[in-house]
Design a protein around this ligand. Structure first.
Ligand SMILES: [Zn+2]
Length: 94
């Protein structure tokens, strides 16, 4: 928490900056992509993690997901690969 406050003060001294993430489709096994350290090991499958191979959103049935950037607070604090449903915004993690 101390580090966060220190950074916050530093940031308020500079002009505002905004960053936009660019969406790029992940080809292949998304779990290998987000957890490369587990690739080839006994990694959980997409069906186990998302309920089925189709990985449908439980709220709206869409199955396109936006992986949150690793700089996102959810990712940094949660320690997992968070994603959002591209249609309704439901957040979950892989
Ligand atoms: Zn959804």
């Amino acid at each position: 928490m101390f580090i966060f406050v220190k950074h916050k003060n530093t940031y308020t001294m500079s002009k505002p900056r905004f960053f936009q993430a660019v969406l790029k489709e992940v080809n292949g096994n998304v779990l290998d992509h987000v957890y490369p350290n587990l690739k080839g090991k006994d990694q959980i499958t997409l069906a186990e993690r998302m309920g089925s191979d189709k990985a449908n959103c439980p709220d709206c049935d869409c199955n396109s997901w936006i992986l949150l950037p690793k700089e996102s607070v959810a990712v940094a604090q949660g320690g997992k690969a968070y994603c959002e449903c591209m249609n309704c915004g439901l957040a979950t993690h892989l």
